[in-house]
Design a protein around this ligand. Sequence first.
Ligand code: ZN
Length: 259
Amino acid sequence: MIAPYRPGEAGFLRPEVPAVCPFAEAGDACAVGVHHWRERRTGPRHPLMVARCAVHEVAFTVYPPGHVPYGQRALVAVGPDGSAVRDGDASATLLEAARDAADGRAWERSIPTWSDADPDPDLDLPGWWSTQRRHLDLALRLTGVDPELDDRAREARCGALDVDTLVTMEGARAIRDRPGYRARGRAVVDVLAALPTSPLRRLLAAGHLAGLWGPPLWWDGAVLRPLAFRPAERGADGVSSASAIRSTNLGRGPPAAPG
Ligand SMILES: [Zn+2]
């Protein structure tokens, strides 16, 4: 679940406690409270709320806008309350890898070193080739330029993104012609350039179609809204089973609800 984080007491960033949980059916009453706060080494620079619904006996993480239950990095650069930050600032987002690839900037190929000083190095830091390749791969699926996508899945992706299918078809063809990281990056960047302004919700919907995360649910302080997506058009690579939705929404939160 996604909800804006705003400064509360003592400047501590927190979202409003949602009134409903992701498992509520129409008419269900929920009893949601804060279960605990989750510290993260990377990703949002503040603790995330893990809420628990006593009625449906589930715990779920409340993510700030821009962050999705995937990896450690923001999808797009927005503030914790969802407001836009500096224009075009893609640094430290999942899409930075694609922009660098398009410009022919390959990240470091050296392997992170384990040492006594750092016995558990973070493998998702920016700057490593394996990270760039992984993020680039994700960006290909997200933007619908993955050459492996079938036409229906590509059209669904474009519908979610509000981008002309032609842009993604040309990108996919360019990658087939020259399957290097530059062509991949360029195809992604072309789609990003064609996106409407403030594309966060559209990217979240497209990522759901790509099977990258569960249906994005947005708690706006009053209503839990599923962001626009078209379930009927989920492509072959889409994941929409209830179990996938649940496991993604639960993320790596508490595995079992305590009594
Ligand atoms: Zn509930």
